[in-house]
Design a protein around this ligand. Structure first.
Ligand code: C2O
Ligand code: CU
Length: 620
């Protein structure tokens, strides 16, 4: 719906600009009619969009540009009788109509700043005054084509200027520290706690020990070609970490030859901040020849993963990631477990599945209970299906679903960075698990009894976590209301750098490091609203905390409590999530399309009493 509103707005505004430019003004009947029709059409589209997806999505585009494109009509209505004014209005109208097209295509952020207001309201007034002066002084001597060429030059200048300006905003150094207190108390006193003191257990408590070395290696990738990968212990995916609830895990990371340094972040695992692996926030990146030790207690069971968090887009893309599975202490585990990750796009762009715990079985005995722990290391959400068996989604992002129900002919959409556990009982025929981008690939499990053909059909039904499983009281008590409420609106901008036009991704109109810092106190109950006005998916990942999804597009979730650490927000979607601020630190909150993170879409959740001895401005 949002895309429809946006697309039709662009077309309608262009239509108006063309009408002003080519239709005769004298007598003006056709011109007025064309414009009035277009204006009504736009108004209708805005009303429909506003009703179905909310004012939030249309407020800037409509609210800022409507007065601009209506202003020539107002002038006409007021000044109808006077020739001089008619000439002026025509020139002015041509300019604002095209300027509105420029604004919608390049410029309007979710939270317009002073400059945007000036562009939408001040600039038209200024232009009109200039035209007036021009006409009075030089009337008759200059021709229409001057007005047109000046307008064109001005708009082209604006386009180029804003592309370059956006790029410089990206390179801003030092945090502009726009602290957002979410409507709660501004509690910042002395920052007394150093993040590096908030560590995991001592070495004496360790029960599982690992040594990882990050190094480059030439290797064959799924499509058969050879590529230079960057790997932990030379493995794709990295060495599987598999421990039992209660274990104390120690991982010593050494960097052999990854020039810009590496770290390890335990994605989805709520470790103490000093173990979180974010360069320049919780540690310095581990340089070539150096090492660093992480330690944490594995007290939550589930499927997680780890990856380098230094220049993540490049490093995860080249293979610096692996699975982290914590087995429950009490529950009986499935007879057969398989762990698989969708490959990052640099390794395989087509959604190949990488096994993360050795060989994938080709044959399975009918009646066997199987659990597949799936993760997505790609930058885009992945459409995965299990054809040939009735299955259940047992867990999302490591969190068990309460009373999952049977699914079939349903595909899963796993967010970038997200995980889902599926369980099924092996039937007496073939089962195929595959990614929609890789229709003939994926994994085929044959029954040991017969060999049959596995279906490659792609079902239409999508798995809906918001209504899956049975309702249950969650661990969060929301009855007393929230201490803080944040709103994050996602947009995109274009910028010119490195000789190319790039997409930049903004939060509340800003690019990292100027994005808002969400300020909380320990113990706060926090609500966050995500609003995606851009044209891309944004899988939002909060470090150190789990988020409980409350609503999707304004509708309350009805199934099992839906806990997540990576929530995919599609274009035009709104989500409300809640979390408890119970893990002091400075935590990244970013889009897990890692290219988006690199191009601006990151921010921090900061507890009011902590500080980092590092720069506090991650180069990620
Ligand atoms: Cu999986 Cu901050 O990342
Ligand atoms: Cu994104």
């Amino acid at each position: 719906m949002y895309m429809m509103f946006f697309g039709s707005s662009v077309l309608i505004l262009m239509g108006m600009a063309i009408a002003w430019s080519i239709l005769p003004f004298k007598g003006g009947r056709w011109l007025i009619m064309a414009n009035v029709l277009l204006l009504f059409a736009w108004f209708a589209v805005a009303v429909i969009a506003g009703l179905s997806i909310g004012w939030e999505f249309i407020r800037q585009i409509f609210g800022m540009l409507m007065p601009m494109v209506v202003s020539p009509f107002l002038l006409l209505a007021i000044l109808r009788k006077r020739k001089l004014w008619n000439r002026l209005v025509k020139r002015y109208a041509v300019f604002v109509a095209w300027f509105a097209v420029f604004m919608i295509a390049f410029q309007i952020p979710a939270f317009p700043d002073g400059w945007t207001y000036f562009e939408c309201f001040g600039l038209p007034i200024l232009i009109f005054s200039l035209l007036y002066v021009w006409d009075r002084r030089l009337g008759g001597r200059f021709r229409m084509r001057w007005i047109v060429s000046c307008s064109v030059l001005l708009i082209v200048g604006f386009i180029f200027g804003s592309l370059v300006w956006n790029a410089t905003a990206m390179q801003a150094d030092g945090h502009e520290a726009s602290m957002d207190w979410g409507g709660g108390k501004m509690t910042r006193g002395r920052q007394s706690v150093d993040v590096t003191t908030l560590t995991g257990p001592d070495a004496a408590a360790v029960t599982k020990r690992y040594h990882f070395t990050a190094a480059k290696k030439k290797m064959e990738v799924p499509d058969g070609t050879k590529k230079e990968l960057w790997l932990f212990n030379g493995k794709l995916t990295g060495p599987a970490i598999r421990v039992t609830q209660g274990d104390v895990v120690e991982v010593t990371l050494s960097n052999k030859n990854i020039a810009d340094g590496v770290t390890i972040h335990w994605h989805g695992y709520d470790v103490p901040i000093a173990e979180d692996g974010v360069p320049d926030i919780s540690q310095k990146a581990v340089a070539v020849g150096e090492s660093y030790t992480y330690r944490f207690k594995a007290d939550t069971a589930g499927t997680f993963w780890y990856h380098s968090h230094n220049q993540s887009s490049e490093q995860v893309g080249h293979g610096l990631f692996g699975s982290l599975v914590v087995e429950p202490k009490t529950l009986v585990k499935e007879e057969l477990e398989i762990v698989g990750f969708v490959a990052p796009k640099y390794i395989d762009a087509s959604g190949a599945l990488l096994s993360s715990n050795g060989e994938v079985p080709k044959k399975i005995k009918p009646g066997t209970n199987v659990r597949i722990r799936l993760g997505n290391a790609h930058n885009k959400p992945q459409k995965l299906m299990l054809n040939g068996a009735v299955f259940q989604v047992a867990a999302i992002d490591g969190n068990l679903i309460h009373k999952p129900t049977d699914l079939k002919n349903t595909y899963l959409q796993i967010p970038a960075g997200g995980r889902m556990d599926i369980t099924f009982t092996m039937p007496n025929h073939a089962v195929r698990l595959f990614d929609a981008n890789d229709e003939n690939g994926g994994w085929v499990f044959q029954s040991t009894a017969t060999t049959t053909k596995a279906s490659t059909e792609i079902p239409d039904e999508v798995f809906k976590p918001e209504e899956y499983g049975e309702q249950q009281a969650s661990q969060l008590d929301l009855s007393a209301g929230f201490d803080r409420e944040f709103e994050m609106v996602f947009d995109s901008k274009l910028a010119f750098f490195d000789g190319m036009v790039h997409h930049l991704w903004t939060i509340n109109g800003e690019l990292y490091p100027n994005t808002p810092m969400l300020m909380v106190s320990e113990g706060d109950l926090v609500k966050t609203t995500f609003i995606n006005r851009s044209y891309s998916h944004h899988p939002m990942h909060l470090h150190g905390h789990k988020m409980l999804v409350l609503t999707r597009n304004g509708v309350e979730t009805t199934g099992s409590p839906w806990w997540t650490d990576t929530l995919n927000v599609k274009p035009g979607e709104t989500y409300e999530v809640a979390f408890k601020a119970d893990n002091p630190g400075i935590w990244m909150d970013h889009c897990h399309n890692l290219d988006h993170a690199t191009n601006g879409m990151m921010m921090h959740l900061q507890y009011d009493n902590v500080y980092t001895p590092f720069s506090g401005h991650t180069h990620e």
